[in-house]
Design a protein around this ligand. Sequence first.
Ligand code: DHE
Length: 535
Amino acid sequence: MVRKLGLLAALFFLILLAAPVLADDDDDDDDRKMRDEDFMKAKQIYFDRCAGCHGTLRKGATGPSLEPSKTRAIPLEAMATIITEGTPGGMPPWKDILSKEEIELVSAYMHLEPPQPPEWGMDQIKESWKLVVPVDKRPKSPPKRNWQNYFGVIQRDVGKVSIIDGDTKEILATLNTGFAVHILRPSASGRYMYSIGRDGKATMIDLWASPPNIVAEIKTGVDARSIDTSKYKGKLGDFTDRYAVVGNYWPPHYVILKGDTLEPMKVVSTRGYTYDTNEFHPEPRVASIVSSHTSPEWVINVKETGIVLLVDYSKADLGTVTETKINAERFLHDGGWDASKRYFLVAANMRNRVAAIDTVDRKLAALIETGNKPHPGRGANWVDTKYGPVWATPHLGEPMVAVIGTDPEKHKQYAWKVVRKLPVAGNGLFIKTHPVSNNIWVDNTLSKDLEVAQKITVYDKKDLDAKPVDIKLTDHGKIVHMEYNKAGDEVWVSVWDREGEIIVLDDKTRKVKNRIKLATPTGKFNVYNTMMDIY
Ligand code: DHE
């Protein structure tokens, strides 16, 4: 009963958090004082666990604003209950990850003014750069393995990346890439694998070395989530592997690096004004980045201002980039190309929308209402039996996949419309298919029911009106993120747990083929599919 009352009180205050204006923030209590040591601890926990969704300055993005003007209306006990139990909107319960004492510290920290982290400019970036293996000391030819079928696997909670041979399933190398590595992207040729950690550290792995090794490192900021390469080869030049680009959360900027050494070339700030209200935002973070195959350009999504930048890098050697700014929607997060690679679809998750960016006509093609907090990863493309070419996204806030028509030429009536809503077992994070497969795989990682989070949902592309199949894959940890092998006949799935593993499923039979033991695997990236943007 007491617990129920606590939860009810927390729910009431949760509604307050979502409200635009709250308590008087001039009111100063003594409970707002914290010992320096506790403050530092709380600040670190917040930065490691909460800042990704709520922002370093707590202005809100994927999660609501947690500025003192809002949080001070919520008593510490109710705040602790919200953090402990999570929220229906998609915030996970932290009770299994943070101790009771840590939750109390973070709750108290919420009542204090957020401190501003230090800037990190070119001097610090340059100083952090380490060329571990110079270019002329690296192998001149590829290894005698099917290296384009290698997988880079993130072992998030142990700060490592493993490189696995997709043919033999051997773990070829396990490399120390740093704190809470987030994503991997291969260079355009596939030879190098770049990793980016939440601490802003980028690492470059040479896949031609036997075993693969780290050849360069750099810290482009103190908080980052995205990295990509230059992919254009055509009339305007050959930019294959010429540059890498890192998108930072803090400081809010992107950094252009030399593609073969990670030597820093240029830092470009994303601070500026929101696309709609023209208010200055001190923390517009770089969310997803993709590299165009058809022009020397990156698509860089700026979360808080809601602006998509088309960044022309063709003159980056001269120290110049040209930005085309497209107004899209606030809280841009993750996204991927449609199958033609003309349109980039990006989730504005707190606005329950997906923005479709036309990179040829260089404009917003459409804003599409989907469901509660779309979260595509890079999404999934297939040719729907009724609606033609489509792209799809799962949702953080509801168990549903929204399927969007993407062909304004031959299927105009369906273009930029949600043509199907496919129910899945639980709220999830990622979806995956492959052009040669009949299956569409969706994880249920965010389900509050652990049994459901241990299942994967699979649809048959040819019969999307039929009920999907839910396959229980583990009895420990949670299922997260899927990736195909190069041939498209195996799908690799992570069991996110200290005693984790990669489960390799036969795509035709949907049966387990292999289990590869690895601590805390999350994202995994097949070299060929990722460099070619096949998803
Ligand atoms: Fe991610 C992609 C941000 C939490 C696994 N995640 C992305 C992208 C962004 C992002 C901006 C798009 C990158 C791109 O394509 O250039 N992620 C964030 C956050 O801000 C957030 C919500 C909180 C945080 O503090 O980081 C967050 N992400 C997570 C996780 O907890 C996940 C599940 C586990 C982990 O390993 O960190 C996770 N995010 C991933 C993965 C991708 C990703 C695997 C790439 C998916 C793909 O197939 O491309």
